[in-house]
Design a protein around this ligand. Structure first.
Ligand code: NAD
Ligand code: UD1
Length: 331
């Protein structure tokens, strides 16, 4: 299959490109390098031993996007490109709505023009909002989103539903990621957040490397086994494989899948596992809860196993090892 990967030099996109090439797909990447580096392209070619066609275009530029479809006989699209920083989206909502929504509209219009009707979209567990139980299943209704970022994901899901309702020759797969972490086992590609990280794993990584002094654990009085927040952390390589499975196995129509391990892990459990497998200390202190955080949620990944034959294979130990291996390689 000839697959266009938007945002293919970013964290999840780059790992997915490796898995697509592994399965002998042809890959074309479009990325404007807003949150990624061109060196990733060379690393992807090194890991895969294949050359990759790359366009440094912005999806907001519809004419340029059109030219990619005119030049290549594209079969399907995996759409990662977008802004993803929750806090920034609260400060700059218009920037988030413009980039995430207009990019997607441009892409869908151009796909329609060239009769490419198969798309896999990066959504997020954040679209569930707060639910009655912590185990999130696809049959639950989307909830209240907690940020403009989350709202863009919910709005794009709705746009895709409307598009499918208007023309059911589309094959649309919406993947709701839980908490993507980890790095490729080669240590060549991984997550490189700009500035001080907001998310737990990149913060732990920087404290372990001595680049940040201390991790703040946001609250230890939640109604969870050890009082700290519980999430479903998914290794980015497992997540990447989920995209390949979705392309291969998604049934006709519009399908939504949770991509998570199904297992909740607390902040303290993650930190102590990181310390144990890497034989080091992570300096931390307990502070107040972070406003807006939910106590606990994790995926019910049953549907993805049943319908696209996907489940996570990597453990929390693998996640911690691969994260640290990447950090050591990139100090
Ligand atoms: P990332 O920022 O590493 O990758 C996104 C890539 O898209 C970047 O390389 C960026 O340069 C590119 N990009 C952004 N806007 C663009 C535009 N207008 N035109 C062309 N390229 C553009 O992010 P990621 O972590 O790899 O996430 C990929 C997708 O998955 C995003 O849509 C994100 O919202 C979603 N997602 C991520 C997480 C997570 O925790 N990482 C969780 C749930 C969903
Ligand atoms: C956050 C986003 C979510 C997004 C996801 C991407 C919020 C409210 N939610 O999820 O929309 O899809 O990232 O991965 O921002 N923690 C600490 N100390 C830290 C950082 C985090 O204790 O320095 C705790 C948090 O309280 C939480 C857990 O670690 O319990 C995970 O936090 P984080 O990595 O930020 O992800 P989420 O908040 O789950």
């Amino acid at each position: 299959m000839r697959v266009l990967v938007t945002g293919g030099l970013g964290f999840i996109g780059s790992h997915t490109v490796v898995e697509l090439l592994e399965e002998n797909n042809e890959v074309i990447i479009v990325d404007n390098l807003y949150n990624s580096k061109i060196e990733v392209l060379e690393k992807l070619e090194r890991i895969s031993g294949k050359s990759i066609k790359f366009y440094q275009y912005d999806l907001l530029d519809k004419e340029k996007l059109d030219s990619i479809f005119a030049e290549n006989n594209i079969d399907s699209v995996i759409h990662f490109a977008g802004y993803k920083a929750v806090g920034e989206s609260v400060r700059e909502p218009l920037m988030y709505y413009t980039n995430n929504l207009i990019s997607t509209l441009n892409l869908l219009e151009v796909m329609k023009k060239y009769d490419v009707r198969k798309i896999v979209f990066s959504s997020s567990a954040t679209v569930y909002g707060e639910q009655e139980t912590p185990k999130y299943v696809e049959t639950m209704k989307r909830g209240e989103t907690a940020s403009p970022y989350g709202t863009t994901k919910a709005m794009i899901e709705k746009m895709l539903e409307d598009l499918y309702a208007s023309d059911n020759s589309w094959n649309i797969t919406i993947l709701r990621y839980f908490n993507p972490v980890g790095a490729h086992q080669s240590g060549l590609i991984g997550e490189e957040p700009n500035g001080i990280p907001n998310n737990l794993m990149p913060y732990v990584m920087k404290v372990a490397a001595g680049k940040l002094e201390q991790l703040s654990i946001f609250g230890n009085d939640y109604p969870t086994p050890d009082g700290t927040g519980v999430r479903d952390y998914i290794h980015v390589v497992d997540l990447a494989k989920g995209h390949v499975k979705a392309l291969q196995n998604s049934p006709d129509g519009l399908n939504v899948y949770n991509l998570g391990s199904g297992k909740g892990v607390s902040v303290l459990e993650l930190v102590t596992t990181f310390e144990k497998v890497n034989e080091l200390k992570v300096n931390y202190k307990i502070v107040d809860r972070r406003p807006g955080d939910l106590p606990e949620y994790y995926a019910d990944p049953t549907k993805a196993l049943k319908e696209i034959d996907w489940k996570t294979e990597k453990t929390l130990e693998d996640i911690c090892k691969d994260t640290w291996n990447y950090q050591k390689n990139n100090i």
